[in-house]
Write a protein that binds this ligand. Structure first.
Ligand code: PGA
Length: 270
């Protein structure tokens, strides 16, 4: 498989249930200023996933700034009597180009099933959104040596019956549940081994070329102190970041690390 230098790194801020519209605007204005002051030519994709009520304000705050917006969830139907839900079309109309699907906090906290994750991936693609599809094993599954079994199952169910084109329109995020919000970041070599395994799962179904083009993010206690070592791994293409994305300076440091990784990729390509 070709190396990662043709995959542009990506840094995604998953704010979860944090920040009002006003706080989102404040963060984004500060982030824009940091990038301007540092003359940061963004080599990486930057994506921010605010809570729904802050999306509209965030869309205004990122205008012209090369920062994409993501929803944190969507329903698989395009409209209907689904109290509390939002559709892909609504997210797109609010300015999103990405949506997080199947986060473990939804799988475990809201009983989201693999079948629902699959329908959400389909709905996202139908609404022209790039789904960021999360997979990851629990601590128990890890100690039972079921990591590969679980990840292959989650991957295959999420992308069941989809085309190579649909995979190309998606991003995968490996988020070991035991690493989320715990400070127990997966060691870089462990993340690399798992990402390589996921890429093989993708290759088995969609072929080596589509798999080589798939962006695979790592998520779980990413912070400015550990991102560099993670991004140095050939199959780690970026981060899906919770806590360390809530502060604009910290998120900017992560973006800079991804920009450096992009520059390294570009130079090895020449
Ligand atoms: P964390 O969350 O960075 O706070 O561990 C990551 C995530 O859940 O996406």
């Amino acid at each position: 498989m070709p190396g990662k230098n043709h995959r542009r790194p990506m840094m995604v801020a998953n704010w979860k249930m944090h920040k009002t519209a006003a706080q989102a605007a404040e963060f984004l204005l500060r982030l824009r200023k940091l990038r301007d002051d540092n003359h940061t030519a963004d080599g990486c994709f930057v994506v921010v996933a605010p809570p729904f009520p802050a999306l509209d304000t965030a869309a205004g705050a990122v205008r012209g700034a090369d920062i994409a917006l993501a929803g944190q969830n969507l329903h698989w139907e395009s409209e209907g009597a689904f109290t509390g839900e939002v559709s892909g079309g609504m997210l797109a109309a609010a300015g999103c180009t990405y949506v997080i699907v199947g986060h473990s906090e939804r799988r475990l906290g809201s009983c989201e099933t693999d079948e629902q994750v699959h329908k959400k991936v389909r709905a996202a693609l139908a609404a022209q959104l790039t789904p960021i599809v999360c997979v990851g094993e629990t601590e128990q599954q890890r100690s039972d040596n079921e990591i590969e079994l679980i990840l292959r199952y989650q991957f295959e169910r999420a992308f069941w019956g989809m085309s190579e084109q649909e995979l190309r329109g998606s991003v995968l995020a490996y988020e070991p549940v035991w690493a989320i919000g715990t400070g127990n970041t997966a060691p870089p070599d462990v993340a690399e081994g798992t990402h390589r395994f996921l890429r093989r799962c993708a290759a088995d179904i969609f072929g080596p070329e589509a798999a080589a083009g798939l962006t695979i993010l790592y998520g779980g206690s990413v912070h400015p102190g550990n991102i560099k070592a993670l991004l140095e791994q050939p199959d780690v293409d970026g981060g899906l970041v919770g806590a360390a994305s809530l502060d604009s300076d910290s998120f900017f440091a992560l973006i800079q690390a991804a920009n450096h990784a992009a520059a390294r990729g570009a130079s090895t390509k020449m």
